[in-house]
Design a protein around this ligand. Structure first.
Ligand SMILES: Nc1ncnc2c1ncn2[C@@H]1O[C@H](COP(=O)(O)OP(=O)(O)O)[C@@H](O)[C@H]1O
Ligand SMILES: O=C(O)C1=C[C@@H](OP(=O)(O)O)[C@@H](O)[C@H](O)C1
Ligand SMILES: [Mg+2]
Length: 178
């Protein structure tokens, strides 16, 4: 069942957080926010630019404060970026403010889904498979630590993931219409 407050999607790059967040919000008739897109829209610069000019820690500062600002309400689905769980302040905030869903995805699938995208600075140097495997080793314990629900996304359409989420959240009537 859903706690009161927001619904947070966490998981690695390519898990489908941005895609599934939008669809889940439609199905639940909630608002939708993507932390990365909000940062870009409000600052007028893109994420690669922020990483270049301010470094990863500069981006993490922006991410932490945007997550806090966006999640101060209910009936909202919030898609985070893959590294949002790195800050303990953000992990505590998500646990306190709502329901956390971990979209679990194999590294092989993450590689396939991110292959054509040049907008993820952490994947622009070196072998993406190696990078994603190393990031998962560090981050998966953090996703697992805060998740209320874990859903596997390999070999599934976004629609089928959304359907399962609606059922887990106790909104299966809406997922049926959807
Ligand atoms: N369940 C899925 N099955 C197949 N492709 C998916 C699935 N979820 C997302 N995708 C695709 O993978 C890519 C990355 O998805 P995205 O939502 O940006 O992931 P994230 O926000 O977790 O990094 C997009 O091209 C999207 O269309
Ligand atoms: O894993 C990460 O550290 C990042 C993931 C990206 O979001 P997605 O997970 O939506 O790709 C974005 O926040 C930034 O490029 C950093
Ligand atoms: Mg995303």
């Amino acid at each position: 069942m859903m706690k009161s407050g927001a619904v947070f999607l966490v998981g690695p790059m390519g898990a489908g957080k941005s895609t599934i967040g939008r669809l889940l919000a439609e199905a639940l008739r909630f608002e939708f926010c993507d932390v990365d897109r909000e940062i870009e829209e409000r600052s007028g610069v893109d994420i690669p630019w922020i990483f270049d000019m301010e470094g990863e820690e500069g981006f993490r500062d922006r991410e932490e404060s945007m997550l806090s600002e966006l999640s101060d309400g209910s009936q909202v689905v919030i898609s985070t970026g893959g590294g949002a769980v790195l800050r303990s302040v953000s992990r505590k905030l998500m646990v306190a403010r709502g329901t956390v869903i971990y979209l679990k995805t194999s590294v092989e699938e993450q590689v396939r889904r991110t292959a054509r995208d040049r907008k993820r600075p952490l994947l622009q140097n070196g072998d993406p498979g190696t990078t994603l495997r190393n990031l998962m080793a560090l981050r998966e314990p953090l996703y697992e630590e805060i998740a209320d629900y874990t859903v596997l996304t390999d070999n599934r359409t976004p629609k089928s993931v959304v359907q399962e989420l609606c059922e887990q959240l106790g909104a299966s009537d809406l997922s049926a219409q959807y």
